[in-house]
Design a protein around this ligand. Structure first.
Ligand SMILES: Cc1ncc(C[n+]2csc(CCOP(=O)(O)OP(=O)(O)O)c2C)c(N)n1
Ligand code: SF4
Length: 288
């Protein structure tokens, strides 16, 4: 059986020392091993950004795609091979700016994949511009007078879009994050995990200390029921979106794959795609 070390490769991450993304990589490797996966059972598909490099640092199938397009690729991978556990990942710019259209529709489509957003509330790779997750008043090179736009709330959007699994975590809380990734992988449908992941180089406001002071852990509410969607929305709003833990899960709704009549469990590559002469002629006749 694989251990987390089997999900390591020999590529040295070129993230800045202290970047939150290191812990997210470690959490994915630990979770993959603890749910009993082997590297050949996992595909990690990422977008573009510092965060997008993650697919190259994990020993599994991987694809470093294009900006904002991790989800269409990940959904294609899952449809072609249902036997794979598929993780899509990228930054808050990747998923909530250029890729937001895909994010909302992937959520409502509910394919069985896990989407991990590495949310540093800034564009890291392009050297520090304001992202949709930056706070109002946030000053960067792109908003020297401070951002005048409202901060986007991905958790509220996910719930409104019909998400079946919504969680949030902090890269420093490796135990909680690993457990949430394990639960997301076990969930039969689309799972969103938004992870606060400090950018130590460009974001001098949302630092490790700032997150520690502002995060509200769901552990503080022992009676909280993650199957209650209205309670989830209320709690997200009450905590200004700073809630961490498993916020909402709907175990009733079937995944997209399970609703396609006749969609087989085996990967396309394992199926015989031969077609009889009779069926072929019938098909061609339909187009005459
Ligand atoms: C189509 C396209 N538009 C813009 C860019 C430039 N670009 C690269 S990464 C990025 C944003 C990076 O921020 P984020 O997605 O939050 O990831 P981070 O680097 O912070 O991890 C942008 C705008 C690009 N590569 N492709
Ligand atoms: S620039 Fe920021 S997000 Fe990018 S690797 Fe450095 S610390 Fe991480």
């Amino acid at each position: 059986m694989a251990t987390f070390k089997d999900f390591r490769n020999n590529v040295k991450p070129n993230w800045c020392p202290g970047c939150g993304d290191f812990s997210i990589q470690a959490a994915i490797q630990r979770a993959a091993a603890s749910v009993g996966l082997e590297p050949e059972n996992l595909a990690v598909i990422s977008g573009i950004g510092c965060s997008g490099r993650i697919s190259g640092y994990i020993n599994a199938y991987g694809l470093h795609g294009i900006h904002g397009r991790a989800l269409p690729i990940a959904q294609g991978v899952k449809l072609a091979n249902r036997e794979l556990t598929v993780i899509a990942s990228g930054g808050d710019g990747d998923g909530f700016a250029i890729g937001m259209g895909h994010t909302v529709h992937a959520i409502r489509r509910n394919l069985d994949i896990t989407y991990i957003v590495m949310d540093n509330q800034i564009y890291g790779l392009t050297k520090g511009q304001t992202s949709p997750r930056s706070a109002e008043g946030f000053k960067t090179k792109s908003t020297p007078e401070g951002s005048i736009e409202t901060t986007l709330s991905p958790l509220e959007i996910a719930l409104s879009a019909g998400a079946t699994f919504v969680a949030q975590s902090f890269s420093s809380d490796l135990k909680q994050l690993t457990s949430l990734i394990e639960q997301a992988m076990a969930h039969k449908g689309f799972s969103l995990i938004n992870v606060f992941s400090p950018c130590v180089t460009f974001n001098k406001v949302n630092t490790y200390d700032w997150f520690k002071e502002n995060i509200v852990n769901l552990n503080e509410f022992p009676d909280y029921d993650p199957s209650n969607r209205i309670a989830a929305m209320t709690k997200i709003m009450e905590t200004g979106g700073m809630l961490t833990g498993l916020i909402y899960q709907n175990k009733e709704r079937k995944s997209y794959e399970d609703m396609i009549v006749g969609f087989k469990e085996e990967a396309l590559a394992h199926q015989s795609l031969d077609i009889s002469r009779e069926s072929f002629d019938k098909l061609v006749a339909e187009f005459k």
